[in-house]
Design a protein around this ligand. Structure first.
Ligand SMILES: Nc1ncnc2c1ncn2[C@@H]1O[C@H](COP(=O)(O)OP(=O)(O)OP(=O)(O)O)[C@@H](O)[C@H]1O
Ligand SMILES: [Mg+2]
Length: 235
């Protein structure tokens, strides 16, 4: 279980997150949705320890994460799929996947991990030797998800997986997200695509100007007239 209590974070004089509290129970798929600049990436970077927090408490499986460096999170079962995917474009698909299993225990399970990822994304097996930078956006997102899965995480943080992808590809990526979650991996899904995110999530939080302004089951959020008006085109 991940728990954030009253987190404050920002850049210089600017506050990007104020008093943010959030939980993810084991096996849950939790969406954090919000407009451009709401603070979603800031939130995920605080959890991934890439950005220091100014106040608040961050715990995972009962342990204080607040003092750990980002490299320590893999060992603790947390993996991040960053915004924009951040692949090594001049490296092959398989070399990128290998970057996900730097932990010794995961490396021992490399073959099994590759089979899992290739089983989920058969196109990546076909393209295992191709440079990642030459793949389509959707295929690159598959590599990014696959790379994170190679570390065998218990919690996956995904920042804007739909960014820049064609709608049909987005559907495919979201199906994979659902499948991975069904295999028991807890997830924090960050999205601007509010409708899609709330369709796959168990629960959701709405972030506005660095504050949580709503939280409920995803289905309840989808029903709320104010959420529909603000984020779903009022339909
Ligand atoms: N490196 C940075 N330095 C200064 N300000 C930043 C930095 N990164 C983000 N910000 C500011 O912090 C606020 C939150 O940004 P953040 O990137 O977390 O939003 P977001 O919800 O992820 O947006 P998007 O949907 O565009 O990805 C914004 O006002 C942004 O301008
Ligand atoms: Mg962002």
């Amino acid at each position: 279980m991940l728990s954030l209590e009253s987190i404050v974070a920002g850049y210089g004089d600017a506050v990007a997150l104020s008093d943010v509290s959030l939980t993810i129970a084991a096996g849950e798929l939790v969406a954090v949705v919000g407009a451009n600049g709401a603070g979603k990436t800031t939130l995920v970077n605080v959890i991934a320890r890439l950005l220091p927090m100014r106040a608040g408490r961050l715990t995972w499986e009962g342990a204080d994460l607040g003092r750990l460096p980002p490299q320590a999170l893999g060992e603790r079962g947390i993996a991040l799929i960053p915004e924009g995917r951040r692949l090594f474009g001049a490296m092959s698909v398989e070399e990128n996947l290998d970057m996900g299993c730097y932990r010794r225990s995961a490396r021992a399970l490399r073959e099994e991990g590759l089979e899992r990822v290739y089983g989920m994304f058969p196109i990546l097996r076909e393209r295992r030797g191709q440079m990642a930078g030459t793949l389509s956006g959707g295929q690159q997102q598959m590599v990014a998800i696959g790379r994170a899965l190679m570390a065998r995480p218990r919690l996956l943080l995904i920042d804007e997986p739909s960014l820049g992808l064609a709608p049909s590809v987005v559907q495919q990526v979201f199906e994979v997200i659902r499948t991975v979650n069904a295999q028991g991996v807890s997830m924090l899904l960050i999205e601007q695509n509010v409708a899609l995110a709330l369709q796959v999530a168990d629960r959701g939080y709405v972030l506005e100007n660095g504050r949580i302004v709503a939280q409920a089951s995803a289905s309840a959020l989808l029903e709320r007239p104010d959420i529909r008006a603000a984020y779903l085109g009022g339909v």
